[in-house]
Design a protein around this ligand. Sequence first.
Ligand code: ADP
Ligand code: ZN
Length: 526
Amino acid sequence: ADSTDSAVLTRAEEILHKVYGHRAFRGNQAEIISHVSAGGDALVLMPTGGGKSICYQIPAMLRDGVGIVVSPLIALMQDQVAALRQIGVAAAFLNSSLQIEEQREVEQQLRKGALQLLYVAPERLTTPRFMDLLATLRPALFAIDEAHCVSQWGHDFRPEYIQLSILHERFPDVPRIALTATADQDTQREIIQRLKLEEAEVYRASFDRPNIRYRLVEKIDAKRQLLNFIQQDHQGESGIVYCQSRNKTEKIAAWLRTHGVTALPYHAGMTQDERRENQHRFITDDGVVVVATVAFGMGIDKPDVRFVAHLDLPSSIEAYYQETGRAGRDGAPADAWLAFGRGDVMMLRKRIAESNAPEARKVIEQRKLDAMLRFCETPECRRMALLGYFGEESQPCGNCDLCLEPQATWDATVAAQKLLSAVLRTGQRFGITHLIDVLRGNVTEKVVHYGHDQLPTFGVGKDLSLHDWRALSSQLISLGFLSVAGDGYNVLAMTEAARPVLKGEQQVMLRKLAERGKGRKRQLGA
Ligand code: ADP
Ligand code: ZN
């Protein structure tokens, strides 16, 4: 097998040089190509820009017959096919954008064996008619691009992808290669199960982006903090600022402009012309900052984005990773900066609880948010936490806020005990606002109504501010000492894990989230 392997690799390298003009394979491309060329199934997990395309294009050229590529987006197909034709590869696509005549022509080429690669929309591929046509052709391989679209719980779910399991039943001898840049372990399992890829070799490229420096600051006055960050570290450079709402993108962009930053808004509520114009200026001009909702970024390939800033908490680590990944594509240093407001968490929790989604979906969304929170509250290296989420082990990176800045910690044991006992003594039926009133000795109507001013914990927490207590509660939630229940009412309850803390058998050391830049200094326990 070794000699055929190396023969295949030699031919693969020839194609890499002559057709693509690249010098050498990257990462595990060579391995993937020889495995698939030899007829094996593969699941490829590789970040955007990692070089997934040649992993199926070269095997398709090396094997007899046409390589069939399933792709979910018409625009993506057209781009790929245009790029391939430009370098002399016989490629075509079949989707709903074609006229009947054009479709016939593609099918004719297909029958003649004149195509090396055919991009097809999933719903078209799985029609009985097309399956029968394929059966007469012996395809070289099936490539399933954006394979995470098969995941019901992902944000890009495409019902048509579920049908793709029939490829294996109809064509058991044709190798299949599924590719995605979404790498969390739930999605990976779902792809394997739904596409029947149990026998496939799994290739995982590193998701690390070493030139991106991850930094979190505690959100106090977000737009001021953002302005300081831009003025201190990124004056005149290109960047993207993500916000949760359309309205906010407009306001922040306008505000930044009054402070000398060339900032433009971008969101799905703007007209297509406005969006195109702002996107164009971002790509072609120097030093433009786009203030956008998550609608911005897909398919934008600007190499010198020097920072991505988040003014609001992203709803999942996948989203955070995708969005921050738009910084520093050129490999030069770039910043991923997030203003972390614990108030955002309650808002997001509430939004999930109150949405109309099915219960199972809400549970998943909540789990994703919890993972994002653990990332924000992690005491170790940010990169380790991020990569760890994708199942990748690593060492402290030396290029994130937690690695670079000595972390101030404080002994929060007594404060934690006070909060836990307030939770217990009020019967685990109240949210943090009321609990803080009890701890800080505020005589509110609700406190009086429930007789909580008579509790021994009433007023024992005057030494900490409202803000400190909120921070503490969300850290205790992230650490699993408190749980949140009650359909959006954010009722706090104590967990089993908190018992040793309450009994004084376990110390709680917490990280102070430092605020970077100017503005009021407010630190926990200080
Ligand atoms: P993905 O689909 O994973 O986002 P692409 O396949 O589009 O990534 O590749 C990203 C870029 O990297 C493309 O410009 C491609 O030409 C380039 N590329 C891929 N493999 C190599 C390689 N071995 N050497 C140099 N450039 C490469
Ligand atoms: Zn680090």
